[in-house]
Design a protein around this ligand. Structure first.
Ligand SMILES: [Zn+2]
Ligand SMILES: [Zn+2]
Length: 184
């Protein structure tokens, strides 16, 4: 969802509340994407303050992410606290340089939700989620994971695999040693 804030840019004493709702159905990252299972409308306040924009809002987004061990779906709620004070002038200058991206410009990526007088609510919210993504996702602290031999989810059922010889690469190495012992 995009909102036009040209009115506020032209008249910095204006305060406007926008009723917005994120529209993205998935959080797409370079290597993976996670479905959005819950999102809701919220109020985004945009105020002009002495040449700066003050953007505030609060909401929650819930994503479905796979457990790192057993791959079961895990629902994770991200509280979103938006509170930006930015100078639109600098943003415009940066956008004109966008074709020539370097590490210096990378530092200003946090403002990528603003394109001239168009504010991209989806980008604003998804950026907040990206910085809050957990490094480890577990369905529960003591998740038993998957059997490395047959793939059974060991939280839900058990199997009779001998998991000490589970890794086929290890099995291949053991065979080599067996042959070696036989031939020597
Ligand atoms: Zn798990
Ligand atoms: Zn098994």
């Amino acid at each position: 969802m995009r909102i036009n804030i040209s009115e506020i840019l032209a008249n910095p004493s204006l305060v406007r509340d926008f009723e917005v709702c994120p529209e993205f159905e998935e959080l797409e990252l370079k290597s993976s994407s996670y479905p959005v299972s819950r999102k809701e409308p919220f109020t985004l306040s945009v105020t002009g303050e002495a040449g700066k924009l003050h953007i505030r809002g609060e909401t929650e987004v819930r994503l479905t992410m796979p457990c790192d061990r057993c791959l079961d779906d895990v629902e994770i709620t991200f509280p979103i606290q938006i509170d930006y004070r930015i100078r639109p002038d600098r943003e415009e200058a940066l956008l004109s340089e966008a074709g020539d991206r370097d590490s210096e410009i990378e530092d200003f990526d946090e403002y990528s939700f603003l394109d001239g007088c168009i504010l991209d609510v989806d980008k604003l919210v998804s950026d907040e989620i990206v910085v809050a993504l957990p490094t480890k996702v577990l369905c529960k602290e003591d998740c038993k994971g998957l059997c490395p031999v047959c793939g059974t989810n060991l939280n839900h059922s058990s199997c009779s695999c001998d998991r000490t010889v589970g890794d086929p690469r290890m099995a291949a190495i053991r065979d080599i040693f067996k042959d070696f012992n036989l031939n020597s």
